[in-house]
Design a protein around this ligand. Structure first.
Ligand code: PRP
Ligand code: ADE
Length: 163
């Protein structure tokens, strides 16, 4: 979609993947294969609000691990850590519950799409404040020209589709 949600943005929509059960299971298959091949042990999957929530729990179930939420501000009860960030078309604030991850746990971060990397960078910062070990960031779509992967270094990014 061109010029959504703002002029100049080409919006890459993941709705057709969700609508097609074969496409959705192919996406989860590819993530599962990648994770099993590259990581000996995963403790938790952390998913980003909101579209990371659509894929993260499916992958976590396949891997037999738990899922935790990195949410937009003001949604999670109890003690939280928060961080402000900018993304391709706006600003937001992300939060995680302080007991979501124990120090040293190996966490894989998942979202639908990497654009500028602002959102995943914020998630990495939150997980670092909880002393998690960040294994990698995985996304379906990476918008290469925005160089989000560079911003996330030294954390690795795995993407299924690149534009
Ligand atoms: C979108 C997308 C990623 C983020 C990527 O989320 O799902 O989380 O933008 O952009 P960035 O790499 O420039 O940070 P959005 O904040 O629009 O929220 P939504 O998932 O609630 O639609
Ligand atoms: N999030 C940030 N940039 C995006 C884009 N171009 N398409 C879909 N989601 C996005």
């Amino acid at each position: 979609f061109v010029d959504f949600p703002r002029e100049g943005i080409v919006f890459r929509d993941i709705c057709p993947i969700l609508k097609d059960p074969a496409a959705l299971s192919a996406v989860i298959d590819l993530f599962e294969e990648h994770v099993r091949r590259n990581h000996q042990h995963v403790d938790l999957i952390a998913g980003l609000d909101a579209r990371g929530f659509l894929f993260g729990p499916l992958l976590a179930q396949r891997l037999g691990v738990g899922f935790v939420q990195v949410r937009k501000k003001g949604k999670l009860p109890g003690p939280t850590a928060s961080v402000a960030y900018e993304l391709e078309y706006g600003k937001a604030e992300a939060e995680i519950q302080k007991d979501a991850v124990a120090p040293g746990q190996k966490v894989l971060i998942i979202d639908d799409l990497l654009a500028t990397g602002g959102t995943l960078y914020a998630a990495c910062e939150l997980l670092k404040t909880l002393q998690a070990e960040i294994l990698e960031c995985v996304v379906i779509i990476e918008l290469k020209e925005l160089r989000g992967a560079d911003r996330l270094q030294p954390h690795a990014v795995f993407s299924l589709l690149q534009f």
